[in-house]
Design a protein around this ligand. Structure first.
Ligand code: ADE
Length: 249
């Protein structure tokens, strides 16, 4: 997969992706990440990319032209390779990012992120470019760079070969809409707290059953609404109904 990020802070993106799992994926050529500086596409002699808002008000607005030129230059390059492109605009006004979106985007060949800064981007360029508007949560950041890095991290780890153990991508929190079961490693006793016996039993089926039950219980206790989308057995549904009646729900 190739990821390109249109940004005013390319070094922020490049420093963020060259670490840990994503950094290794790039080194192993499973992924490329390039950052394109929107400022390079300003025709202004001072390389300005923002201006005052029409109608007045606080803050500056990113101009349409440099963004559009950066986008077109990138698209010309990508389209000469005939790859399909998906573009994401990082904005608190977007659809909430979740694991399902990460899975969908991880199957794309070419992803482009557009990161805004200042108060916003001239609406006309947002109308001209076909993009998914995506938010990483209901809070406002200074720009789209951290959201782009968050999304790149969660997308990259789903690309086949990026995680050493692909099972860990498939089993964990949110895959199947359940939270992950608790983990333990050595020592067996830490400050008097011991590891659950079943994990020491060597009995694989019992361990699997215990982990599944813990996943369902955790989801019930912490993120109950996720259970509506989870694939549950009849027995698990009965168990949940029992927990609900015990809690007087
Ligand atoms: N840009 C600023 N805040 C954001 C958010 N919460 N999600 C995506 N992009 C943003």
């Amino acid at each position: 997969m190739n990821i390109s990020v249109l940004t005013l802070f390319p070094e922020w993106i490049l420093q963020g992706v060259n670490i840990s799992v994503v950094g290794r994926a790039i080194q192993n050529e499973l992924l490329t990440v390039s950052a394109i500086n929107i400022r390079d596409f300003s025709y202004d002699k001072h390389k300005r990319v923002d201006d005052y808002p029409y109608g007045g008000g606080a803050g500056m607005v990113m101009q349409a032209a440099p963004i559009y030129r950066a986008y077109q230059t990138l698209m010309d390059k990508i389209q000469s390779t005939k790859s399909k492109v998906k573009m994401i605009y990082c904005t608190p006004q977007g659809d909430p990012f979740d694991q399902k979106m990460a899975e969908k985007y991880s199957k794309e060949e070419e992803l482009i992120f557009l990161c805004g800064h200042y108060e916003g981007i001239d609406e006309r360029v947002l109308e001209m470019i076909e993009m998914d508007w995506v938010s990483i949560g209901d809070y406002v950041l200074t720009g789209g760079e951290l959201p782009a890095l968050v999304m790149i991290d969660s997308i990259a780890r789903l690309i086949p070969g990026v995680l050493h153990n692909q099972d860990s991508a498939n089993q964990e929190s949110f895959q199947g809409s359940l939270l992950e079961y608790p983990h333990y490693t050595r020592p067996q006793s830490f400050q008097g707290k011991t590891v659950p016996d079943v994990l020491l039993s060597g009995h694989h089926e019992k361990i699997e059953n215990w982990r599944r039950e813990q996943s369902v219980l955790r989801t019930f206790e912490r993120r109950k609404r996720l259970l509506d989308q989870a694939d549950l057995s009849e027995k698990e549904k009965e168990q949940i109904a029992q927990w609900e009646s015990e809690k007087g729900l």
